[in-house]
Design a protein around this ligand. Structure first.
Ligand code: IMP
Ligand code: MG
Length: 333
């Protein structure tokens, strides 16, 4: 049984939601636990003909027998969370949130959207995460135990994870954003309000590094970035559109900037996260002929060569390849 941490290798939007949801069906974990910042994330999960854009719930929803937990390091907007419970129609008894989860209130959202520094210079998602984490650092932020409508979900998440590890259960720890949006390791000040590399995600949920068996680092087949900050080899919008790399952000509806796969950044992300394996998403966008394939041997030579090049440059095996949005469009090697 494995404790696996999933993190993004670029600037978020690598397709972590797709990878976690596919893995949840493939590995049938007992628990999928969310680390990361908070509702600034947007993880897209597509299965049974439905598409869900999750900002708070872990992306393990398709595998109905796993518990869905949110670690103490994460921020929760109770309205967003309750809305997701309603829309996904999951059994609410699957959900457990730690009593020390930080709470986002309307005032944090207003601060995020009214601050010219955050809104116009950094171009944040406007979801209140930065101002809430600032208040957490000041030790005045409310936590889940102060919020009556969350009472029925509150548990001790780290203890629940240690018990599961003791019983040798399968656990997926889901990170958010991407390596180069890390407050410490990213393109400061154009970053999010926390570290979000694998070590930080473990801390968010309450497991020490020696409990972790695999760190799965997710790269999209090209790089995208939403909001301000440097992006090496950025394509002109027309060129990105021509290649089919022009995307619209799932939380904010903003346009994403795009660039080709960056091997130097990939190598750096591998080190920062201690990656043991890689997942590659949107291979079908770069190589349309690969769409929907779910066997390695079915891939064409060009696509295989690209994957092999990533392995050679990073020294880490590509174990999961996504060839389309549905959980089934996935190659496990
Ligand atoms: P914040 O996290 O809302 O404070 O935004 C800080 C920076 O991180 C901005 O450039 C956002 O666009 C970016 N960001 C935050 N969360 C995500 C995400 O989930 N995907 C992509 N970019 C994100
Ligand atoms: Mg996203």
């Amino acid at each position: 049984m494995t404790v696996r941490v999933i993190v993004g290798g670029w600037y978020g939007d690598e397709g972590k939601g797709k990878i976690v949801s596919s893995l949840s069906l493939h590995k049938q974990p007992d628990i999928v636990v969310r680390g990361g910042v908070g509702p600034n994330a947007g993880h897209t999960v597509v299965y049974n003909g439905n598409e869900y854009r999750l900002r708070q719930l872990p992306s393990g929803i398709p595998y109905e027998r796993c518990r869905l937990l949110i670690g103490p390091g994460v921020l929760v907007n109770p309205e967003v969370l309750i809305d997701e419970l309603r829309k996904t129609e999951i059994d609410p008894s699957r959900l457990g949130i730690d009593e020390q989860v930080g709470i986002i209130e309307q005032t944090h959202i207003e601060k995020d959207r009214r601050s010219s520094h955050l809104k116009e210079e950094i171009e944040t998602t406007g979801t209140g995460c930065g101002p809430a984490n600032a208040e957490r650092a000041m030790r005045v932020l409310k936590t889940a135990k102060d919020i009556q409508k969350l009472e029925r979900y509150v548990i001790d998440v780290p203890q629940t994870l240690w018990n599961a590890i003791e019983r040798e259960e399968e656990i997926i720890v889901e990170g958010t954003q991407g390596t180069f949006l890390s407050l410490f390791h990213g393109t400061y000040p154009y970053v999010t309000s926390k570290d979000i590399t694998a070590s930080a995600i473990c801390s968010d949920v309450g497991i020490g590094p020696t409990f972790v068996d695999e760190v799965t680092l997710v790269f999209k087949a090209f790089v995208t970035r939403v909001g301000a900050g440097p992006l090496k080899n950025e394509l002109k919008k027309e060129e990105a559109k021509k290649r089919g790399w022009h995307e619209i952000a799932s939380v904010t509806g903003r346009e994403r900037r795009a660039a080709p796969f960056n091997f130097d950044l990939a190598v750096r992300a591998v080190k920062l996260n201690g990656a043991t394996e890689l997942a590659l998403t949107k291979l079908d966008i770069v190589y349309p002929e690969e769409k929907g394939k779910n066997k390695w041997n079915a891939l064409g030579e060009k696509a295989k060569k690209f994957v092999t090049q990533i392995e050679n440059r990073t020294g880490v095996p590509v174990k999961i390849i996504s060839t389309g949005p549905d959980v089934k469009d996935t190659i496990f090697r």
